[in-house]
Design a protein around this ligand. Structure first.
Ligand SMILES: Nc1nc2c(c(=O)[nH]1)N[C@H]1C(S)=C(S)[C@@H](COP(=O)(O)O)O[C@H]1N2
Ligand SMILES: [Mo]
Length: 329
């Protein structure tokens, strides 16, 4: 029997997939004004009037008021070996964030100005006491550190970036999961009015959702990221906070999270639910496990253009290898 399926949208031509950015930036401005964030919206007004956003906006943190917490001290434990750090302006204009658009080079301008203050994160499921976290909990609740990490997308591009954040384990402990909790599920923001991709790509099961086994989420490499390149996250990287699991393909690192749920069963994930034969729950970077439509043996660095061999667990076997038996998909 033939399998009828929608191709993943990174196969859709950019011209078909991209709504007009200026329109959405104007909407965003109005939203920000509506929320009373007038001071924050003023610099946007000039850019919006001119209709053209520039590099300043592309690199701008989505959250202004925690500036004094950046840059954080760089942790010496995570170095890149002989790999170069990806230039900030390269990483900032090549993004996957389907809530805005599938056109990687347009995400930043579609995302610019999206309001993230206030922001709430609901903690639910198998926890001692359900609660809601706010920006102060996330930005000032745990000591921030900077870590240089490799990052590998299943589409075969890779980069090396300095994230600012704290171990996800600390956030998990603060959520007080019960002993019966075995998995953690993350849900990204749901807002079809403000996130154009959620409206134009109605076939996706919004909001974006991801999950980890609890021991993976507690591994030292799993980071709750609130910043990049020494400042708070620009919107296109998933402000105000996201997960970063650098030994897994990029789609496991959910952006702009609003819900953390603890479960005793393996939760579904956005891409695994859609295309189980292409995207597994574990999705650990593995050059020996080809994607059904392309090999994963090689990758291309978006900064240098260099093609190189992909490493098992993206080079983090020493840190995460002990979590696995080798048959996880
Ligand atoms: N909510 C949400 N999170 C997401 C995605 C997305 O579309 N929506 N894309 C994922 C994919 S496929 C990748 S490669 C990374 C990209 O992160 P970056 O844009 O900061 O490099 O974000 C991941 N997190
Ligand atoms: Mo990705």
């Amino acid at each position: 029997m033939a399998n009828i399926r929608i191709p993943p949208s990174w196969q859709i031509a950019a011209s078909e997939a991209t709504p007009e950015p200026a329109f959405w930036n104007r909407r965003r401005l109005i939203q920000a004004l509506g929320l009373g964030a007038i001071a924050a919206a003023v610099p946007r007004l000039a850019a919006d009037k001119g209709g053209k956003l520039g590099e300043k906006e592309m690199l701008a943190p989505a959250l202004g008021r925690f500036g004094r917490h950046f840059p954080a001290r760089r942790s010496a434990a995570y170095d890149l070996g002989k790999l170069e750090l990806t230039p900030e302006r390269v990483a900032a204009r090549y993004n996957n964030f389907y809530e805005f658009t599938t056109n990687k080079e347009k995400v930043w301008e579609m995302a610019y100005g999206y309001p993230v203050d206030p922001w709430k994160v609901k903690v639910k499921g198998l926890v001692a006491k359900p609660k809601t976290l706010g920006l102060d909990d996330l930005l000032t609740g745990f000591p921030l550190e900077e870590r240089l990490y490799r990052f590998r997308c299943v589409e075969r591009w890779s980069m090396q970036v300095p994230w600012t954040g704290f171990p996800l384990a600390k956030l998990i402990d603060a959520c007080e999961p019960l002993g019966s909790a075995k998995y953690v599920r993350f849900v990204s923001v749901q807002d079809p009015k403000g996130l154009p991709g959620q409206k134009t790509q109605g076939w996706y099961p919004w909001p974006y959702f991801e999950g980890l086994r609890l021991d993976e989420a507690r591994n030292e490499m799993a980071l709750a990221a609130v910043g990049i390149y020494g400042h708070a996250l620009p919107m296109q990287h998933g402000a105000p906070w996201r997960v970063v699991t650098p030994w897994k393909y990029g789609y496991k690192s959910a952006k702009s999270i609003v819900e953390i749920e603890f479960t005793d069963k393996e939760p579904g994930t956005f891409w695994n639910d859609l295309y189980p034969s292409e995207y597994g729950f574990y999705s650990n970077v593995d050059p020996g496990k080809p994607h059904p439509r392309w090999s994963q043996r090689m990758e291309q660095d978006i900064g240098t253009g260099e093609n190189r061999e992909t490493l098992l667990y993206n080079g983090y076997a020493a840190q995460v290898g002990k979590l696995y038996r080798g048959d996880e998909v």
